[in-house]
Ligand binder design. Structure first.
Ligand code: NAP
Length: 772
């Protein structure tokens, strides 16, 4: 992006390496406005860190960055169960869906995290050198040079993700105590050489490592025992050729080094990760020898710990002290990892004097508890924040579990996709599930409650509920609601920011927006969800509500192209819409719907307020009663009756006072058709929603009504047969079949302010079919 003279942004992230990009994505996910400033004009093409450990893989899975489109996981990157501790081979596998280490070039990691950050709205500005920080009471100004000009960024917080020589850390005056490098490894990618692979070969004069990649390039690393470190990164091609010859006796001078650098065993740790409006993450906060990929993984995990806390702070949703927990939690983790890495560096680069120590450590790591302990630190799986006393799960990461669904199990970690808080309630008794969900209701704007059956195995079989922070760490777990409200209050704010447009008071006789009365056809500033909007009446309703000014979520099950076409058509006409997929009869389908819906709303409006809900998606039976199977019956009820109930239940956290709910029934609840008994039963059930919910929601001015279409043209081939159409037309007193727009217009009335006095009703939109 080209330069701008002065930019106002909520957070400036300095550094577009993997840590800065991960942080930018996390901040955007939490609703923050983010600008990333990067010194380099273009992303680096050098593949330095290439190892992702199990915890990082879990985090990527949590955010749908493995299996989602453009993710790493298609197919999953090469996987290696064996790692090392200071060069001593070690099996890194521990219970996790992604045990061991995964090989992903850093270029690829940056590409993925960068694309995600941009997609979520981050501004990435390249070619900027940060040269000044000026703190003010309520903001901080960042000065940066771009093409010889000085530019100013006004921001609430600045985060240095700018590496071990961090300009942000220096400008903020944050101390970086520790030890400089005493020993070094020279590292190069060399093309055109034929040498044998060596994992960690200790020779009399030094250590040699060589690994040939699929593309024929060999990664070479070498250390000469006793040779002091030069300044980081300063090695040349001649240096690696000479060191390799000294240690192995082999000549690699005929190869072409693609890049060469050196890295030492320096170990430094920032005194503070936060100083008022300045924060540090990744190598800017901790410098360590990049052994076994731990530096990158530590940094990515810093970013995920900080992202949601800082986002909540800048959008006004953070409880007191939330941001300070970043330093408290991550500084302690950094300290521990640094001391492990220093121990490893000594074992790896020490000369003959460490042989005895290596053999003792080798003996110890043969014991499973020792191996598991060290593998826990290397993989990041053992991180446990001292958040509160209580259940053993508290502070640790949410363990993955497959939760039973009505058809297929679904992933617990997958529920963290939106970066919101999660209250997962696998309690066995329904009554207990309800009591726990009731406690969390005031936090519905920031915490998703998902009730589920307990999984077949693992730690989640034994708790009634777990409260999980957006970074995947457990904030509370218990067998009863005791202590849940305190934990919710510690990590989340109840309520949350709402749409700032004035809203109708439920008792007002007229609704006004900015002093203007709204009539039917004016949904400006409102948001709507129409289920089953890829075709038929749902599509016509989405188009009509968008024409009336609403931002419309176009839900579909499988027909992605059709939904995209609806959205494109609405946008072409100047309206606003986005598509949301979800199979409503699949396990977790309603949750998936709301993940997509709330994310889409939040990106476009800054909040998850939903003014209008139209439960339209439906399936017909088309099978005679005597041939209907229990599976077919369950599917009909699942989509037509069960899903609308749970959609309303879930939507009530987002629907404001004065909101509108319309459920699509059918004339078949009043007009006999023995071929569609199961379908008609499901529609009879859905009509009950209007009666009972209308009563319950009246005090909030929310109306709930049923609309019953008669035969209405949809994509069914029967409408292409003139004789069939004629016969169907004869059922209507107007002697024609209904058009989707006939029903959409009725729905448009019911969701308008003009229909404020209609609730709990059954509206016949069958063209007089029910007159008999
Ligand atoms: P339609 O053209 O058959 O379209 C059905 C919509 O529901 C599609 O958007 C479809 O998504 C979605 N859907 C189907 N199965 C789903 C599932 N398992 N999970 C989530 N979404 C699913 O619909 P229509 O004929 O306009 O009917 C709309 C509503 O009116 C339905 O409730 C229907 O029962 C009712 N109705 C229709 C008539 C009629 O004559 N057409 C009469 C009375 C009542 P995909 O496109 O992705 O598959």
């Amino acid at each position: 992006m080209a330069g701008a003279d002065a930019v106002d942004t909520q957070v400036v992230v300095v550094g577009a390496g993997p840590v800065g990009l991960m942080l930018a994505g996390e901040l955007c996910l939490g609703g923050a406005d983010v600008t990333v400033l990067e010194l380099l004009d273009a992303p680096t093409t050098q593949s330095r860190a290439s190892t992702l450990h199990a915890r990082t893989m879990e985090i990527l899975h949590q955010r749908d960055l493995l299996e989602g489109p453009g993710g790493f996981g298609d197919p999953l990157p090469p996987h290696e169960p064996m790692g090392h501790f200071g060069g001593l081979p070690m099996d890194l596998r521990l219970p996790s869906p992604y045990p061991g280490q995964w090989k992903v070039p850093q270029v690829r990691t940056e590409e993925l995290l960068g694309a995600r950050a941009v997609e979520l709205g981050a501004r990435i500005m390249r070619g900027y050198r940060v040269v000044g920080l000026e703190p003010y009471p309520h903001h901080i100004e960042v000065a940066a040079e771009y093409g010889g000009r000085r530019e100013r960024f006004t921001t609430r917080y600045v985060v240095g993700c700018d590496g071990e020589d961090s300009a942000v850390r220096r400008l903020a005056g944050i101390g970086f105590p520790g030890n400089g490098a005493e020993r070094e490894l020279i590292r190069a990618d060399v093309d055109g050489i034929e040498i044998r692979n060596r994992r960690f070969e200790r020779l009399p004069k030094g250590l040699a490592i060589a690994a040939r990649r699929g593309d024929g390039v060999t990664r070479v690393m070498v250390h000469e025992f006793g040779r002091p470190a030069r300044a980081s990164g300063e090695a040349s091609s001649a240096d690696i050729v000479e060191a390799w010859r000294n240690v192995t006796g082999e000549d690699i001078s005929g190869g072409t080094p693609l890049w060469v650098n050196s890295f030492g065993d320096a170990s430094r740790h920032a005194e503070r990760y936060r100083d008022r409006r300045v924060l540090l993450a990744g190598d800017a906060a901790h410098q360590q020898m990049p052994i076994g990929g731990q530096a990158l993984n530590l940094g990515l995990q810093d970013a995920v710990n900080l992202g949601w806390k800082l986002a909540a702070t800048v959008v006004g949703q953070a409880p007191d002290g939330l941001l300070d927990t970043y330093h408290e939690e991550r500084h302690a983790v950094g300290r521990r990892v640094l001391s492990h890495i220093r121990a490893q560096a000594r074992l790896l680069l020490g000369g003959p004097e460490v042989e005895a120590l290596r053999s003792v450590v080798g003996e110890l790591t043969a014991y499973e508890p020792v191996r598991a302990h060290l593998a826990g630190t290397i993989s990041g799986l053992d991180v446990r924040y001292e958040t509160a006393a209580g259940h053993p799960l508290v502070g640790a990461r949410l363990p993955e579990a497959q939760l039973p669904g009505s058809a297929e199990p679904f992933s617990a970690l997958g529920l963290l996709r939106t970066g919101r808080g999660l209250l997962l309630v696998p309690a066995r008794q329904e009554e207990l599930r309800q009591r726990i969900a009731d406690v969390a209701r005031p936090w519905a704007a920031t915490v998703d409650t998902v009730t589920a059956l307990p999984p077949a195995e693992g730690p989640l079989t034994e708790v009634a509920a777990v409260l999980v922070r957006p970074d995947g760490h457990v904030a509370w777990a218990g067998d009863s609601p005791d202590g849940l409200d305190a934990a919710l209050g510690r990590w989340f704010t109840p309520g949350g920011p709402r749409d700032t447009l004035p809203r109708a008071h439920p008792h007002a006789t007229h609704a006004h927006v900015n002093g203007r009365r709204r009539n039917m056809g004016d949904l400006t500033g409102k948001t709507a969800l129409v289920t089953g909007a890829s075709r038929g009446m749902g599509r016509a309703t989405a188009e009509r509500l968008a024409r009336d000014g609403a931002l419309v979520a176009v839900h579909y099950a499988t027909n992605e192209d059709a939904a995209a076409e609806v959205v494109a058509g609405i946008e072409k006409d100047g309206g606003r819409a986005f598509a949301v997929p979800a199979e409503l009869d699949a396990p977790g389908g309603v949750h998936e719907l709301f993940l997509g819906l709330e994310r889409g709303l939040k990106e476009r409006t800054g909040s998850t307020v939903l003014d209008i809900l139209v439960n339209n998606a439906g399936v017909m039976g088309g099978v005679k009663p005597e041939d209907t199977t229990p599976d077919q019956f369950d599917r009909i009820f699942g989509v037509n009756a069960k899903a609308p109930f749970f959609i309303i239940q879930r939507a009530l956290a987002d629907i404001p006072d004065g909101g509108r709910i319309v459920n699509i029934s059918s004339g078949l609840t009043r007009f006999a058709n023995p071929d569609e008994i199961a379908y008609a039963m499901s529609k009879g059930a859905v009509e009950q929603l209007a009666l009972h919910f209308a009563k319950a929601l009246g005090p909030r001015g929310i109306t709930v009504n049923s609309v019953a279409p008669g035969i209405t043209r949809n994509g069914n081939p029967v409408f292409d047969i003139p004789e069939a159409v004629e016969a169907m037309a004869g059922l209507s007193t107007f002697n024609r079949v209904g058009e989707p727009q006939d029903v959409a217009d009725v729905i448009a009335f019911l969701v308008s302010d003009d229909a404020r006095w209609v609730t709990g009703s059954f509206v016949d939109a069958s063209g007089g079919t029910l007159l008999g």
